[in-house]
Write a new protein. Structure first.
Length: 114
């Protein structure tokens, strides 16, 4: 403890200040000690923030659970066999920045002899 006290006294910026009188320095230090001992309003525990955070996490969790559920099965409307959107045939369209178009056709009925 003595080392800390010596270090504080050696590094005190008001130790050799010619602009301040001894009485003024003493008053500043006393005020500093008084303020340090009083609890401030910002240091008190605010219960609202944790409650709001827990509520927000619960809402986000509920949204995540609901969005991960499988959607209700919707019957597919009858499409003609030659239609672009007929089951078994799908297309993926990509447009490159230079204007090149890439179209992939995916055929579910493709059989590679297996």
């Amino acid at each position: 403890m003595n080392e800390i006290r010596e270090w504080l006294r050696a590094n005190d910026p008001l130790r050799d200040d010619p602009c301040l009188s001894e009485e003024h320095v003493h008053n500043i230090r006393q005020r500093l000690f008084q303020e340090a001992q009083q609890p401030t309003a910002s240091a008190s525990w605010d219960w609202r923030r944790p409650v709001i955070a827990v509520f927000a996490l619960a809402v986000l969790g509920a949204f995540g659970v609901v969005s991960m559920r499988e959607p209700a099965s919707v019957p597919e409307p009858g499409l003609p066999q030659g239609s672009e959107f007929a089951p078994g045939k799908r297309q993926l369209h990509f447009l490159a920045p230079g204007g090149t178009r890439i179209i992939w056709t995916v055929n579910d009925n493709l059989n590679l002899g297996r």
